[in-house]
Design a protein around this ligand. Structure first.
Ligand SMILES: *Cc1c(COP(=O)(O)O)cnc(C)c1O
Length: 413
C-alpha cells in the first residue's frame, strides 16, 4: 500500500504532482510520503494489538531526521547500529530510553555514549563485546542493560547479502553458547540482563523462517527465565519484506499472528525492529532521462540517477519498478536503464519493457524509501540527491541536495 498514484495521467505523491517537485528541486531526488509512512507504522503496531510491544524503527533503512521525527511522534522507538545513528535519533527528538543498540563492532566510546544517554538495551553480539560492555558499565558506575543477540541458524531464504541468521553469518552468538554467556554475565557487576534478541535477515517473504527462528528463541527465553535471569524483553528483530515486483510477503497481520503464536506463554514484552516494511514503499527516486543509445547488442537508456544514489540493484541485483511520471501510450521495447557512474554494475534495470523513453522524460524509481538515500555515496564525486517529504498537498525539502563544495569538506590540497 502506498500513496504514489496517477491522477489524469500524472504520477502524484499524495496530492503533489511529482513533476512539480522535479521542476523545483531538480533530479535525482528522493520523495517520501507522510501518509504512507504513518500508515505503515500504524498497521504494524495495530497488528500486535494488545500484546505489550514496542516498535523500534530500524534507523539504517532511512535515517532522514524528518522520517525519524514522524516515527518518534507516533510513539515509536528506534533500532540503531552506531553512535551516529544514536545522535540522529536524539537530534530528531527520539528517546534513547526507547532505543536498542545492535551491531557486531560497537566501540567502547559508542557504548559509553549510549549508556550515558540511557539506552533501553544493548544487543550484544559476542563474548568479547560482553566483557567490554561490562568494563564500560563498571567504569561508569552502573550496570549496562543488555540482551544477547543469538543466531538461531535458520535460513531466511533471502539474498545472501541480507541473510543474517545462518551459522556462517557474522551476526549474533551461536545459539548453543547463550546459556553459558548469560551465566557468565550474571557474575559481572557492570551488566544487567534484560532481554534476548535475534534478527535473521531482511526482505523475508515467507512466514516459515520467522516461525522457526522465533519459536527457537522463545524456547531459550523460557529456559533462561527458569534459570533465574530476569529477562523482560524479547526482541524479534526486523526483516518483514515488501513487494518490489511479484513478491508476496506475509501481511503485517499474518506476521503478527506467526510471532504471537511463537512467543505464547513467554510473558515477554516484545520489541520489533522493522525498517524496510515501514519505509520501503513510502519513497521513490525521481530521475530524468539523459540519453538513449543503441548498440549492436542493446538499447540503453541513460538516466541521471546512478548506483551512488541507489545501490540496491548493483549490490543485491534488486528489482525496482520504473514508472513514467507522465503516462504515455505506445509499444514497449526492451531497454537497459543505466546510470552515469563509471562502473558496468551501474544498471538500474536490465531488459525492462518500457514505452521508449524520451530525452528529458521523468521516471520514478519505485520502492526506493528503504536502503536508498541511507546507502548513497558520493562515488564519482557525485553530490548526493535531495530528499523531499510530501504531506497531503504540501511538500518540503527535508535534506538539501549536497553541494559540490561539500564533497571536499575536510580535505587539504
Ligand atoms: C537492518 C536491521 C533491521 C531492519 O531490517 P529490515 O529488513 O529493514 O526490517 C532490524 N534489526 C537489525 C539488528 C538490523 O540490523
Amino acid at each position: 500500500m502506498n500513496h504514489f498514484t496517477y491522477h489524469r495521467g500524472i504520477l502524484h505523491a499524495e496530492q503533489v504532482p511529482l513533476a512539480a517537485i522535479a521542476e523545483a528541486v531538480g533530479t535525482p531526488t528522493y520523495v517520501y510520503s507522510t501518509a504512507t509512512l504513518t500508515r505503515h507504522f500504524r498497521v504494524v503496531t495495530e497488528a500486535f494489538g494488545q500484546h505489550p510491544h514496542l516498535l523500534c524503527y530500524s534507523v539504517k533503512a532511512n535515517s532522514n531526521l524528518a522520517v525519524l521525527r514522524l516515527f518518534a511522534q507516533g510513539g515509536g522507538g528506534f533500532d540503531i547500529v552506531s553512535g551516529g545513528e544514536l545522535a540522529r535519533v536524539r537530534q530528531a527528538g527520539g528517546a534513547p530510553s526507547r532505543t536498542v543498540f545492535a551491531g557486531v563492532g560497537k566501540t567502547p566510546d559508542e557504548m559509553e555514549q549510549a549508556l550515558a544517554a540511557g539506552i533501553l538495551m544493548f544487543n550484544v553480539e559476542s563474548a568479547e563485546e560482553l566483557e567490554m560492555l561490562d568494563a564500560v558499565g563498571r567504569r561508569m558506575g552502573t550496570r549496562a542493560p543488555f540482551a544477547l543477540r543469538v543466531n538461531p541458524d535458520v535460513d531466511a531464504r533471502t539474498h545472501r547479502y541480507i541473510a543474517t541468521g545462518l551459522k556462517t553469518s557474522k551476526f549474533g552468538v551461536p545459539f548453543e553458547e547463550a546459556v553459558a554467556l548469560y551465566a557468565r554475565a550474571r557474575k559481572l557487576k557492570g551488566l544487567r540482563a534484560v532481554g534476548l534478541d535475534c534478527h535473521i535477515g531482511s526482505q523475508l517473504t515467507s512466514a516459515a523462517p520467522v516461525k522457526a527462528a522465533i519459536s527457537k528463541v522463545a524456547g531459550l527465553y523460557r529456559s533462561l527465565r527458569e534459570q533465574g535471569h530476569p529477562l523482560v524483553h524479547l526482541d524479534i528483530g526486523g526483516g518483514l519484506g515488501i513487494t518490489y515486483a511479484e513478491e508476496t510477503p506475509p501481511s503485517p497481520q499474518e506476521y503478527a499472528r506467526t510471532v504471537l503464536e511463537a512467543v505464547k506463554g513467554t510473558g515477554a514484552h516484545l520489541i520489533l525492529e522493522p525498517g524496510r516494511a515501514l519505509v520501503g514503499n513510502a519513497g521513490v527516486l525521481l530521475t530524468r532521462v539523459l540519453y538513449r543509445k543503441r548498440t549492436p547488442a542493446k538499447l540503453f537508456v541513460v538516466v541521471d540517477a546512478g548506483m551512488n544514489d541507489l545501490i540496491r540493484p548493483a549490490l543485491y541485483e534488486a528489482h525496482h519498478g520504473l514508472r513514467p511520471v507522465v503516462k504515455r501510450r505506445g509499444k514497449a521495447v526492451e531497454v537497459d536503464v543505466v546510470g552515469p557512474v563509471c562502473e558496468s554494475s551501474d544498471v538500474l534495470a536490465r531488459a525492462r519493457p518500457l514505452v521508449l523513453p524520451q530525452q528529458g522524460e521523468l521516471y520514478a524509481v519505485m520502492s526506493a524509501g528503504a536502503y536508498g538515500m541511507s546507502m548513497a555515496s558520493t562515488y564519482n564525486s557525485r553530490p548526493r540527491p535531495a530528499e523531499v517529504l510530501v504531506d497531503g498537498a504540501a511538500w518540503r525539502v527535508v535534506r538539501e541536495r549536497e553541494r559540490v563544495e561539500d564533497l571536499w569538506r575536510g580535505e587539504r590540497a
